[in-house]
Design a protein around this ligand. Structure first.
Ligand SMILES: [Cu+2]
Length: 59
């Protein structure tokens, strides 16, 4: 949470490839509502990339 300077209370990870470019991400647990920035570090072989999503979580 950029406004609070803290992250998730968990360590999410990709646990399964579902096919067609989709992955199952488990362990996402939000501790509070508000603005979250979700950042995925993606690696395959020698290549790396980052995908960033803004998320507004409402109560
Ligand atoms: Cu917070």
């Amino acid at each position: 949470m950029p406004e609070h300077g803290h992250g998730l209370p968990t360590q999410p990870e990709a646990t399964e490839y579902l096919g067609d470019g989709k992955y199952l991400i488990e362990g996402l647990k939000f501790s509070m509502p508000g603005w979250w920035v979700i950042k995925f570090n993606i690696a395959s072989g020698s290549q790396q990339d980052i995908a960033v999503f803004n998320l507004l979580l409402k109560e």
